[in-house]
Design a protein around this ligand. Structure first.
Ligand SMILES: Nc1ncnc2c1ncn2[C@@H]1O[C@H](COP(=O)(O)OP(=O)(O)OP(=O)(O)O)[C@@H](O)[C@H]1O
Length: 572
């Protein structure tokens, strides 16, 4: 998507999605506008019928004319109904079209946002998108299509009598003015309501993810109070917004109904003075209803409009911040050389560097163990090598090319990663191992045999088809770690990164891991393992020793081990 990147509150920056939406569905919207022409002309039917019955049929006392006119009207109403149906169906299709065009961009931007601001990660953009779609294809948008026809009804009212025209204009002015007041006075409160709602949902999602901690330490009451704090503020803002909006909409409704009634009085006065006919009194009132209908619809659905506008603003900001990545040139398959040059890393939403001036090179096929005290920056280093945390200065190169030059999806095929918190997703074991690619049984088996997880998986209730995650079974820490290892080894990766792969493993799991590491060495796969386990250090080619975010030592594993094991083997 082409985004106009102008900084600040520039209007240009704010309009890109809507412009794209409209461009994408221009033909459908033009057709909808065209149908709206006929629908609106046909909306004059009640007034015409009224005039015909009162002013032609009744004075002529002809039942045949009445039947004839009624038949025509029924026929036209039929057409009107069909046109309305077509119009709403077009909008439903526009909805699906928008969805297929935008959903991937939105998911990508949501993921990019979560990587950059993990503490604020939320699925809100998807809700925002739904809200915009609902608005663009719902009744409010139809009111916008009907508004251009208001002048036509107004013109007819002026033809009936200029006073009727002025009356309608006056009522419209009052209703529009009150709607404007509504917008001005509720805008801020509505934004607060939305923001607090998002915060409250985010808080509860975090709690749900950590429900066991809450339960084990009896934190329900405190969590409730914390949630209540945010929720109370949300409720207060909601009440304030609803009170204001309610006042305005009640006032509008009362005035509209009153003026719509009083037009009979005006009609009566004009008829007494023989300036209009009896039929025109009723037809004029019907026309006033038509003039006010779209305005009325806008007033009543103003809240949807405002919410959709806020959702649109948020989404636009997100899509502008996370512009679609430019296509990068496809590079050859990586051999697995990794170079870090003077790398400084500051984690997202943080100010302090966790890695400073880290420089080293890993040759293709080497097994490197990363060691260091807790909090030294081992996981941060791993995230940097994988391109999850981009360095603020320095370079991370894979086969000599900056990691930014690699297409993530392409490079990802050659990378296996087992994070410390093994995240498996909702799906079958096989799907998880295959990284949600179409499951190729041979490749899944190869990875799980290499990871030494095959026997363990066969013992699960439905083997590789066992469903895990919500609605499925819950795996033990060790089982998750072994399936996570199989996922990391899936598809013969060139680079494998394992962050504390043995933290949950029993003896059998340890043995399987060691076999896998030997096999990776044999296959000349570049492997980085964060671990303190002696058996892993013994098979490592190199060791990276991190301390306080600095690379305190790096080089041949035996030499580093000797240094570390020397009586004063403290590397500073
Ligand atoms: N997401 C984050 N945001 C901000 N700071 C972070 C984040 N993750 C880690 N840190 C900080 O970075 C530093 C290094 O953390 P890191 O997880 O890399 O250490 P580690 O060596 O892997 O520790 P451990 O052995 O305990 O896993 C710590 O001071 C930690 O507080």
């Amino acid at each position: 998507m082409k985004i106009i990147r102008l900084k600040g509150n520039n209007k240009e920056e704010q309009v890109n999605i809507l412009r794209e939406f409209l461009k994408l569905s221009r033909r459908s919207f033009i057709f909808t506008a065209f149908l709206s022409l006929f629908i609106n002309v046909l909306m004059l039917l009640p007034a015409i019928y009224m005039l015909a019955v009162y002013d032609i049929v009744v004075p002529s006392r002809s039942v045949e004319s009445l039947i004839f006119i009624t038949a025509i009207i029924v026929f036209l109403y039929g057409i009107w109904g069909i046109l309305q149906l077509i119009r709403s169906r077009i909008l439903v299709r526009v909805n699906s079209k928008l969805d297929s065009f935008y959903d991937k961009k939105i998911i990508n931007a949501t993921l990019d946002f979560a990587l950059k601001h993990p503490t604020k990660a939320t699925a809100q953009p998807i809700n925002d998108f739904n809200q915009i779609k609902q608005f663009l294809t719902g009744p409010t948008i139809l009111a916008f299509f009907d508004i251009p026809w208001v002048p036509v009804y107004l013109a007819v009212m002026f033809v009936f009598h200029p006073y009727y025209g002025y009356w309608a204009l006056g009522v419209m002015a009052v209703v529009s003015f009150i709607t404007l007041l509504n917008e001005l006075t509720t805008k801020e409160s509505l934004k607060r309501v939305n923001d607090l709602q998002i915060r409250s949902n985010r808080f509860m999602n975090h709690v749900l993810q950590n429900v066991e901690v809450v339960e084990s330490m009896g934190m329900r009451g405190r969590i409730y109070r914390k949630w209540r704090e945010i929720h109370d503020r949300h409720l207060k803002a909601l009440q304030e917004a609803n009170d204001k909006a309610g006042t305005w909409s009640n006032l509008t409704r009362t005035l509209r109904i009153m003026f719509q009634s009083l037009i009979y009085g005006l009609g009566g006065y004009l008829a007494i003075n023989l300036q209009i006919t009896g039929g025109m009194i009723v037809a004029g009132a019907i026309l006033l209803g038509r003039v006010l209908a779209p305005v009325d619809m806008l007033v009543n659905t103003w809240r949807n409009f405002s919410s959709a506008r806020l959702a649109y603003k948020r989404l636009n900001q997100l899509l502008s911040e996370f512009e679609e990545k430019k296509e990068v040139m496809k590079l050859p398959e990586p051999k697995g050389e990794i170079t870090l040059a003077h790398v400084v890393v500051i984690p997202p939403d943080s100010k302090e560097p966790v890695l400073t001036n880290v420089t080293f090179r890993i040759n293709p096929g080497e097994l490197v163990a990363v060691i260091g005290p807790s909090g030294a920056g081992k996981s941060s280093l791993v995230r940097t090598i994988l391109g999850i945390w981009p360095p603020v200065s320095g370079e991370v190169l894979i086969d000599g090319a900056d990691i930014k030059q690699w297409d993530r999806e392409y490079l990802g095929k050659f990378v296996g990663y087992l994070p410390q918190d093994i995240e498996l997703f909702e799906g079958t074991v096989a799907e998880n191992i295959a990284r949600f690619e179409k499951v190729d049984p041979d490749k899944v088996l190869e990875a799980s045999i290499l990871a030494g997880a095959h026997e363990m998986i066969l013992k699960l209730p439905e083997g590789y088809n066992t469903y895990i995650g919500p609605g499925g079974i819950t795996l033990s820490g060790g089982q998750r770690q072994r399936i996570g290892l199989a996922r990391a080894l899936y598809g013969n990766p060139r680079i494998v990164v394992l962050d504390e792969p043995n933290s949950n493993l029993d003896d059998a799991g340890e043995r399987a891991l060691m076999n896998a590491l030997w096999e990776l060495k044999k296959r000349k796969v570049t492997t980085i393992v964060v671990s303190h386990k002696v058996n892993i250090l013994d098979i490592a080619d190199k060791i990276a020793f991190l301390k306080d975010g600095k690379l305190a030592a790096y080089g041949d594993a035996r030499k580093i081990l000797e240094m570390l094991r020397a009586p004063k083997g403290n590397i500073n």
